[in-house]
Design a protein around this ligand. Structure first.
Ligand code: F6P
Length: 545
């Protein structure tokens, strides 16, 4: 028994979670249910009334949050305490969007000063490229920016750029290369003119194999097209916390934008890692995105638990993960510009909370991070919503939609909204056997067949969902939305007493991969590993099965 599962509020949740009435009856008996279980913050509206909660259970969730000192842990994070204990680091992605006059110290130094200096460096660079002052080595202006990075050095910039498509400048195109598969960089380089292309190499560690390999290939392409080593400074910049390695690689010191070890990769799009976003939408819109995140930060820091959006979403996820055995959580974005957001939240949440030991190294006796997946609505309705409605797994869902479209055309947005809201309603109320049978009344089926088909059409309902609305998808609301999910992730990790900010689990694969790479290049067959790895290596070496 761990101190968490030994906690009275945890034990009360374990005994009460399954006693909550079906949501159908909860709505039938409380006309004020939506008003009771919805709130607005930082330009977002959360409707969490379609969840398996009543007043008592919601109170127990808040009691658990108090028992786990969520408020104290939140303040510690914002203050710069060393909460990433296995790497001895603070966790200060929130400082990246703090006001310029804030005082947030790491090792006694106010980091806000260097953050503001870097933002100014970013602004100067972005403006010079966007207004044509920055020239390539043949004197031409830049038309294409290529961001090379992976994980948090790719997903954040790519997803946020995609989400802010209505704000892009017309003069600049941005491309993203992440995978080490040669196809990714090759297909991209086909589109580019080396005289008007600028590469942004983003790697916090400056040690990620994929990013280094892709950057070397880009550099070879650039030089093979007729440029010289001296021309690299006009076409390659780097974002990294490892300035020494970037300089050694050949990036001009003036073209290196700093990162800090107290910003995790999956929390870094607010830093210079976000340069591709700023290149496309301009620094004013990038700063507006920071401001939206800041608004959510203020809400998270100051709102009482019961009306705190990240706390409510985090605790609801704990409810389903730990008291309803939910193994996954689906994010459904009813907005084409947000189609990539579920992939971003995958790294944010799964690399943060995919852990199995507590901060003091005890193996947990409860579930931790669920699988995060999803996609854009309405596409998912024609792909996996069948499982959400009638499968055996309970999969809590988040529906995200702006009320106003950037592209109002005909009835499209009303139809999008009707699907979004209709899905949450169907998940909640389901369809009883009687209702299904009644729908078959006019069919020519025999009574026995009607009874059989009705059983197949029955839907239990009581499937939980959150609906997040915003007026419009803007830099501000996007910033608030991403910050909301960062803090939702934090709340869950704080309840589970895990370190949400390291990622030791990804080290072994990299190490073994490097060993395999060496064996792939050997003249002699691989024999020392397990028979599968040996066989796979040897099949690659022979080039056919
Ligand atoms: O997946 C491991 C990881 O370290 C992520 O946390 C990070 O976002 C990604 O690799 C890229 O790391 P870097 O920015 O150091 O190249």
């Amino acid at each position: 028994m761990s101190k968490l599962t030994d906690c009275p509020s945890w034990q009360a949740l374990a005994s009460k979670a399954n006693e909550v009435a079906h949501m159908r009856s909860l709505f039938a008996t409380d006309p004020q249910r939506f008003n009771r279980y919805s709130l607005t913050a930082a330009g977002l509206m959360l409707d969490y009334s379609k969840n398996r909660i009543d007043q008592n259970l919601f109170g127990l969730l808040m009691e658990l949050a108090r028992d786990c000192d969520i408020k104290g842990k939140t303040q510690a994070m914002f203050r710069g305490d060393i909460i990433n204990t296995t790497e001895g680091r603070a966790v200060l992605h929130t400082a990246l969007r703090a006001p310029a006059n804030a005082d947030i110290r790491v090792d006694g130094v106010n980091v806000v000063n260097e953050i503001q200096t870097t933002l100014a460096q970013m602004e100067q660079f972005v403006d010079s490229v966007r207004d044509g002052q920055w020239k390539g080595y043949t004197g031409k202006t830049i038309t294409d920016v290529v961001s090379i990075g992976i994980g948090g050095s790719f997903l954040g910039p790519k997803i946020a750029s995609e989400a802010l498509r209505p704000y892009w400048s017309d003069s600049l195109k941005c491309h993203f290369v992440a995978n080490v598969d040669g196809t990714a960089i090759t297909e991209k380089l086909k589109l580019l003119d080396h005289e008007t292309t600028l590469f942004i190499m983003s790697s916090k560690s400056f040690g990620t194999q994929e990013t280094l390999t892709n950057t070397l290939t880009a550099r070879d392409w650039f030089l093979a097209a007729g440029a010289t080593q001296a021309d690299i400074a006009s076409h390659f910049v780097a974002v990294t916390s490892n300035v020494a390695k970037a300089t050694e690689f050949g990036i001009d010191a003036a073209n290196i934008f700093p990162m800090w070890d107290w910003v995790g990769g999956r929390y870094s799009l607010w830093s210079a890692i976000g340069l591709p976003i700023a290149m496309l939408v301009g620094m004013d819109n990038f700063r507006a995105m920071l401001a939206g995140a800041r608004e959510m930060d203020e809400h998270f820091l100051n709102a009482p638990l019961e009306v705190n959006m990240p706390v409510i979403m985090g605790m609801l996820s704990v409810l389903y993960t730990n008291f309803h055995s939910a193994q996954s959580h689906v994010v459904l974005t009813y907005d084409h510009y947000l189609r990539g957001l579920p992939a971003y939240f995958q790294q944010l949440d799964m690399e943060s909370n995919g852990k199995h030991v507590t901060l003091d190294g005890q193996v947990v006796d409860y579930s931790t991070g669920p699988v995060i997946w999803g996609g854009e609505g309405t596409n998912g309705q024609h792909a996996y919503h069948q499982l959400l409605h009638q499968g055996t797994a309970l999969i809590p869902a988040d529906f995200i939609m702006p009320l106003q479209s950037h592209n109002p055309v005909g009835e499209h947005h009303a139809q999008l909204a009707s699907n979004c809201f209709g899905q949450t309603q169907a998940l909640m109320q389901g369809r009883t056997y009687e209702e299904a049978y009644a729908e078959l009344a006019s069919s020519t089926l025999s009574d026995a067949d009607k009874a059989l088909i009705a059983k197949h059409k029955e839907m239990t309902g009581n499937k939980p969902s959150n609906t997040l609305l915003m007026d419009k998808l803007t830099p501000q609301t996007l910033g608030a939305l991403i910050a909301l999910y960062e803090h939702r992730t934090f709340v869950q990790g704080a309840i589970w007493d895990i370190n949400s900010f390291d990622q030791w689990g990804v080290e072994l694969g990299k190490t073994l991969g490097n060993d395999v790479l060496e064996r792939l290049g050997n003249d002699t067959p691989a024999t020392e590993l397990d028979s599968s790895s040996n066989a796979l290596i040897n099949l690659f070496r022979q080039g056919h099965i």
